[in-house]
Design a protein around this ligand. Structure first.
Ligand code: ZN
Length: 160
């Protein structure tokens, strides 16, 4: 059975691996290996499919230490992948639960499981910088029209 942590001892120092082979040897999803490549794992780009050197892979995993399990703002904990995952296509839905918070939904970019999490409405602006947030039930921030604008100040200026 594959453990949750990649088994770096299974990697042979002087061997080279395709993304798929590396994933199989380590017992992780192919997407994880692709993520490592994006995060700086060196590979031999002049080969197709490109190859990862065992020594590089080990060094990368050693440096990386424990896999991070905390989700970024635009990430969700996918119960199928058992790790934080980004939303497929960067698409996230926001459903308000209260005036101040709501539930985010997205599809796991790797396994297409629907993922949810709660978020404070105050985080929406930040989230929108990282993902495409849509509001199937309306944007709660557009409902904050409670108080009509106060014109006192303006009127005083007109009289002066
Ligand atoms: Zn997943």
């Amino acid at each position: 059975m594959a453990g949750r942590r990649p088994n770096r001892r299974a990697i042979k120092q002087h061997y080279s691996y395709t993304t798929e082979e590396a994933a199989n040897v380590l017992g992780v999803a192919k997407g994880s290996v692709r993520r490592w490549l994006k995060a700086g794992l060196p590979y031999l780009a002049d080969q197709r499919p490109f190859l990862i050197l065992g020594g590089d892979l080990r060094a990368f995993l050693d440096k990386r230490g424990k896999p991070k399990q905390r989700c970024g703002l635009a990430e969700f904990f996918c119960f199928r992948c058992r790790e934080p995952k980004a939303a497929a296509g960067g698409l996230i839905d926001y459903i308000p639960q209260t005036a101040l918070s709501g539930q985010l939904s997205a599809i796991c970019e790797e396994c297409e499981t629907i993922m949810h999490k709660n978020v404070s409405a105050s985080k929406l602006a930040l989230l929108e910088r990282q993902a495409a947030v849509s509001f199937p039930q309306g944007d709660p921030r557009l409902n904050e029209m409670g108080n009509p604008r106060c014109n006192d100040h303006f009127e005083k200026e007109l009289k002066a």
